[in-house]
Write a protein that binds this ligand. Structure first.
Ligand code: NAD
Length: 265
């Protein structure tokens, strides 16, 4: 990333989960480039630390801090939100981005209860914990912006099933919508980000053959997987005051996938 940097998040403090990889990594760097101070949280301690170091090397010390946090653990999430306050004085933005797509997640008959529970614990309960503790802090600032990562699979049925994942992302959309309505008058905005299929480790490890990749790509009008930075740019818009009249949306960034019937040859 090269200068000039922007000011769209000047004087804002952000917490980003899943900051060690993919969308979370790109968003942490992008948010910092726009002036934010960032708490980089990930269950992968080294990943979170590497992201914070990258921000420090690009924009100077004191712009980011890393924390090991499992979003499905209430105590970890409490500490993660508290770190924003002790380190940077407040919390303006929370990007609840961490999520898993388990390789053993399949259809209704083959998915096991432990995979279902693990997926729900991280993808749904993790988002709730984040929102719960962020709301308390955002009230003190007179508002804030919370972005919850869902997925296009919450909007369209897939014949390549991952039942627990799909159900978990549908729950994220419903939860986000309700939170948006409940807290609208407090100026705390909640929006869901619905990425299309991306060229990040999460999906590429899952689609480990050309055949599996092409089975998906044929349904994407743009004919390519998305990049993590393209989601980060959408998250930046939702985090910033540029989206000040938006709350409760399912914001799709999907190469046209959800709008397509027949795709170009
Ligand atoms: P990624 O695997 O590159 O990064 C996810 C990060 O989350 C990793 O660093 C991982 O360590 C972290 N993480 C996993 N479990 C965690 C936990 N319990 N607590 C804290 N951190 C945890 O994935 P990505 O593609 O950047 O995905 C980010 C989000 O986007 C996820 O919610 C995912 O479901 C969603 N999404 C991804 C795609 C895609 O195609 N990649 C599409 C739609 C939605």
């Amino acid at each position: 990333m090269s200068p000039p940097y922007g000011t769209r998040l000047a004087n804002k403090v952000a917490v980003i989960t899943g900051a060690g990889s993919g969308i979370g990594l790109e968003s942490s760097v992008l948010f910092a480039s726009e002036g934010a101070q960032v708490v980089c949280a990930d269950i992968n301690e080294k990943g979170a630390a590497a992201t914070a170091e990258k921000i420090a090397s690009l924009f100077g010390e004191g712009r980011a801090v890393a924390i090991k946090a499992d979003v499905s653990n209430e105590e970890d999430v409490k500490k993660m939100i508290q770190l924003a306050v002790t380190q940077f004085g407040k919390l303006n933005i929370l990007f609840n981005n961490a999520g898993i797509m388990h390789p053993a997640d399949d259809n209704a008959l083959t998915t096991t209860e432990d995979i279902w529970d693990l997926t729900m614990k991280i993808n749904v309960k993790g988002v709730w914990w984040g929102c719960k503790y962020a709301i308390e802090q955002m009230r003190k600032c007179g508002g804030g912006s919370i972005i919850n990562t869902a997925s296009f699979v919450a909007l369209r049925g897939a014949a390549t099933p991952q039942l627990a994942y799909t159900a978990s992302k549908g729950a994220v959309l419903a939860m986000t919508r309700e939170l948006a309505v409940v807290h609208a008058k407090e100026n705390i905005r909640f929006n869901s980000l619905c990425p299309g299929p991306l060229r990040t480790p999460l999906l590429m490890e899952f689609l480990n053959t050309e055949e599996k990749k092409n089975r998906r790509l044929v349904h994407v009008p743009m004919g390519r997987f998305g990049e993590a930075i393209e989601q980060a740019k959408a998250a930046l818009f939702l985090a910033s005051d540029d989206s000040s009249y938006m709350t409760g949306t399912d914001f799709t960034v999907d190469g046209g996938l959800c709008s397509a019937y027949v795709t170009p040859e």
